[in-house]
Design a protein around this ligand. Sequence first.
Ligand code: CA
Length: 129
Amino acid sequence: MRFLSIRSLIAAVACLAACAALSVAPAGALPTATGYDRCPQGRFCLFDGWDGQGDMYLATGTRYDQVLAEAGFDDRASSVFNNASIVWCVWQGPNYTGRGAGYSAGLRENLDDAFNNQVSSVNYGRFTC
Ligand SMILES: [Ca+2]
């Protein structure tokens, strides 16, 4: 049977302590939001990728929602998260035209084939999708 030398044992213990210290986040550090969790409370978000991945478009309730091409997000959305308390609608065409679909409060999901990479405008509340 072979025994470790004192020097080897000290080096191994020092490595374990250093490795443990590196794996613990500093006190007060907040975890970085990822995926759907990037969508702020009270907002409707579109994501370029599945499951809230990729670039995110934060709906603003302004003309950029009416023509997503102006925001550089036309025909890109593949998943959505309605983190608001009202219904939001996605539309295949700009200016709320073409086929629409509604997303109730709290809903987060991948878009189906009819809307995946085909959303050109979004709106909320009083509109019928
Ligand atoms: Ca996409």
